[in-house]
Design a protein around this ligand. Structure first.
Ligand SMILES: [Zn+2]
Length: 381
């Protein structure tokens, strides 16, 4: 965040075309010109800024204060003895109160300060983007919360949300969990779907008469029913976006120098399609993603076994075709769920250059859970 002094010289017309170059157009979907004086929403968003506060001081003037040094920036035009034709303004990117990304806030102590900050932005946007990228401007340390932290935080929140009596709707519980976890670090980290860690979700919940299931993203649930039928459910929307970029990565050898740039392009292309219409939906910061999960139920009398697998574990069946789903479930029941992950890892280790199975990375994160229905285990035992 920037506290800028603005001299009240004649201000040139702002060339709005200059506000939309580079990646800024995608990152800055919402620009607000409004101070905390007139908007409680703006005041609440400003309160989350770790660098600058925008509050009244005892003499009644509005002041920008550096939270670390205590340095205050008051408007020279408010000086009671020698008022000067100048103003100060706030310019920064903040988490949106609805947690759907970030927004750019421009707020002068007086209106002319806002105009000066907008002019400054128009003339320096390339430099500002280079320094701040997609992080909230002014936050020196990037978000320390990685995918591992996110999966753990979201998982434990989900268990709490799904353990209520009476049971809540799964999609609503997922939406609340996504929102709660994003909020937990919104004050210090960039909370937008393009840079935030993300996770797929696979849930199987036991209720008195049925098992309810829910899948968000490309995790898979395989049902083995009493009639001997196997059904696999997943959402492969991710594989249908950024196909050209993914093909370029898989066509590039692991040691090729252009691989890093191809992977960066793939990540950017995938992120642009994350949690937007026509893209793919995943748990990140947008609670609306929860409504796009696939859900259903299966009678308790019907189900004998179910396996929940992340993409990296399902690869043993779907990508490497080492075994079919029945053999995979048998293997997991006999040697534990880790056996299917081990099978995938062995295949990947046998193909270190990704020649036999073209893929974007040597190994994918892998999680596997096997559920054996009570009736089935009683019969088996
Ligand atoms: Zn964080």
């Amino acid at each position: 965040m920037i506290a800028a002094r603005v001299e009240l010289c004649p201000i040139r017309a702002i060339n709005s075309a200059r506000l939309a170059p580079v990646a800024a157009a995608r990152v800055l979907r919402l620009v607000i010109v409004c101070g905390p004086k007139t908007s409680p929403v703006t005041a609440a968003a400003l309160a989350a800024d770790p660098r600058l506060s925008f509050e009244t001081v005892p003499d009644g003037c509005w002041t920008l204060t550096d939270r670390r040094t205590g340095q205050q920036f008051t408007s020279p035009s408010d000086d009671p003895e020698r008022p000067e034709p100048a103003d100060v303004a706030y310019l920064g990117r903040l988490p949106r109160p609805d947690r759907k990304g970030t927004f750019l806030l421009i707020a002068g102590v007086h209106a002319i300060g806002s105009l000066g900050a907008a002019t400054y932005l128009a003339e320096n946007i390339a430099d500002l983007y280079e320094q701040a990228s997609t992080r909230p401007a002014g936050v020196d340390t990037p978000c320390p919360h990685d995918a591992r932290w996110y999966a753990r935080a979201l998982g434990s929140r989900l268990v709490a949300e799904l353990s209520t009596e009476p049971p809540s709707w799964i999609a609503e519980a997922v939406a609340r969990a996504i929102d709660t976890v994003a909020t937990s670090h919104a004050a210090t980290c960039p909370i937008d779907d393009q840079s935030h860690p993300s996770a797929t979700i696979a849930i199987l919940r036991e209720l008195p008469d049925v098992y309810e299931y829910y899948i968000l993203g490309d995790s898979t649930i395989v049902f083995d029913t009493a009639g001997g039928q196997l059904t696999a459910r997943s959402d492969k929307s991710l594989s249908r976006v950024a196909t050209a970029q993914r093909a370029r990565v898989t066509a590039t050898g692991y040691e090729a120098s252009e691989r890093d740039s191809a992977r960066a392009e793939l990540v950017e292309a995938e992120r642009a399609k994350r949690n937007v219409r026509g893209g793919y939906w995943i748990a990140s910061t947008n609670p609306d993603a929860a409504a796009h999960g696939r859900q259903g139920h299966i009678s308790r009398r019907e189900l004998s076994r179910a396996a929940l697998l992340s993409d990296g574990a399902a690869a043993a069946v779907e990508r490497y075709e080492l075994v079919d789903w029945r053999s995979a479930l048998d293997l997991m029941e006999q040697d534990g769920p880790q056996a299917i992950i081990r099978a995938a890892r062995d295949a990947e280790d046998s193909d270190p250059q990704a020649k036999q199975w073209p893929r974007s990375k040597p190994h994918d994160d892998a999680t596997a859970v096997l559920c054996i229905a009570e009736r089935h285990s009683q019969e088996a035992g």
